[in-house]
Design a binder for this molecule. Structure first.
Ligand SMILES: Nc1ncnc2c1ncn2[C@@H]1O[C@H](COP(=O)(O)OP(=O)(O)OP(=O)(O)O)[C@@H](O)[C@H]1O
Length: 266
């Protein structure tokens, strides 16, 4: 009997993104299976965020195709991609600064799931329930009334995550979720990503904090100058000569190797 490959939730096929003379992403292909946590790393300017821009439709691919859940989303507008089940967070805090935390999540829950048209702009009980659940999930319950622009860094990151969750994604793209956080906050975010994964959300995350990336990811993809230099297990990553030379360095690769061994032995 023929063995069939499981159909990928996300399939990136020969995707390139060009800005003038610069090829930020070059002929990149990879799949993400349902339930995976794929970690993406690589030096500054490697094309990681550009890849998220392309997948989420904010800056479409120059060439290639992107399939999500069997649908071709290559040239779909961002709102249609979100409605199809792809949510994302941003490297820098994205939110309406003058609105309360709760109103920000309301906007995401209301506009992120369906095509909404004015008139008919009323936020129903189902949306409010979704907002409550998303806020509780990220641990922001009790702070709903706070004004977004005055929130500390961790809370703003959690708010972005609550907004993304409120759109009920199948796939969540997280761009540097722990950039600027302290070690305790990083651990908190790690627990949250595990919870999201346990709830069945497939996750692709970009991160420079390598202990976060290797401990959470089932598979890792490392980019350099828009191209893949490594795709495989976190254990293989810390031993990969090219990755050590262009990104990790000897010291970090040894530290991460010990961390992974300790985790495997725990
Ligand atoms: N809108 C744009 N117009 C022109 N060049 C861009 C644009 N967006 C990104 N670039 C360039 O594309 C390259 C890849 O950038 P990108 O932000 O994707 O890298 P990155 O891997 O996410 O880096 P970092 O880790 O620093 O966030 C960089 O050289 C960047 O300057």
């Amino acid at each position: 009997m023929a063995v069939t490959e499981p159909t990928a939730l996300l399939s990136v096929r020969n995707v390139s993104k060009q800005f003038g003379a610069l090829m930020a992403v070059k002929d990149l292909s990879f799949d993400v299976q349902e339930g995976e946590v794929l970690g993406i790393g690589g030096p500054n300017g490697a094309g990681k965020t550009t890849l998220f821009e392309v997948i989420s439709g904010l800056n479409p691919a120059t060439r290639g195709a992107i399939l999500f859940n069997g649908q071709d989303i290559t040239h779909a507008p961002p709102e249609a991609i979100c409605h199809a089940g792809v949510a994302r967070t941003f490297q820098l805090n994205a939110g309406f600064d003058s609105l309360s935390l709760r109103d920000n999540v309301r906007v995401a829950a209301y506009f992120g799931r369906d095509n909404r048209r004015i008139p008919g702009l009323s936020i129903g009980r189902d949306v409010e329930a979704e907002v409550d659940a998303a806020i509780a999930m990220v641990g922001l319950k009790g702070r709903e009334h706070l004004i977004t622009g005055r929130l500390p860094v961790l809370d703003r990151k959690l708010l972005m995550l609550a907004g993304a969750i409120a759109t009920r994604p199948k796939l969540l793209l997280m761009d540097e979720p722990v950039g600027g956080l302290n070690p305790k906050e990083i651990d908190q975010m790690m627990g949250l990503v595990r919870d999201l994964r346990a709830r069945g959300i497939t996750i692709v995350l970009i991160e420079h904090v390598m202990r976060f990336l290797v401990q959470l990811s089932s598979r890792v993809l490392i980019l350099h100058h828009g191209e893949r230099i490594y795709e495989g297990s976190p254990q293989g990553l810390v031993r990969d000569r090219t990755v050590i030379d262009v990104y990790l360095g000897e010291g970090a690769s040894k530290r991460l190797g010990s961390l992974l061994e300790a985790k495997a032995g725990a």
